[in-house]
Design a protein around this ligand. Structure first.
Ligand code: SF4
Length: 125
């Protein structure tokens, strides 16, 4: 039996200016995700919901690969789904099954780490 693919994690850091992420120690956090959690890799993007973010997602999502889970940390999950669904659809991916969106605003680094750890465990089930 083949093993499930490791999830891929993107932290959308909202330009770095968003007060919602003021408490987050970004590099400590992203190094925790890439070194300690079972992810394929972890990256930081400055702003996924604008034109260059959209172009990035369309480059980044693996066409037709329906068993990869993408975990995106950022703002409200419903907003994320609205903003990213076209890029997923264009690559033949199911946004409802393959995207785990996490609202990581307004919480300290340890809590953010815990939330992402839970999402990775959920993705690997
Ligand atoms: S997707 Fe959300 S977290 Fe990312 S830049 Fe846009 S508003 Fe900010």
């Amino acid at each position: 039996m083949s093993e499930r693919k490791l999830p891929r994690f993107i932290m959308c850091f909202c330009t770095g200016e968003c007060p919602g992420f003021a408490k987050l120690e970004l590099w400590k956090f992203i190094n925790f995700v890439r070194n300690e959690l079972d992810v394929e890799y972890a990256i930081v993007h400055p702003q996924l919901c604008v034109d260059d973010g959209d172009r990035f997602l369309k480059d980044y999502l693996r066409e037709g690969e329906t068993d990869t889970i993408y975990i995106i940390g950022g703002c409200d999950p419903r907003m994320q789904k609205k903003m990213f669904k076209d890029a997923f659809a264009e690559k033949g991916l199911d946004v409802d099954k393959q995207l785990i969106s996490l609202d990581l605003r307004n919480m300290p680094t340890e809590e953010v780490m815990r939330k992402v750890q839970e999402a990775v465990e959920q993705a690997l089930k």
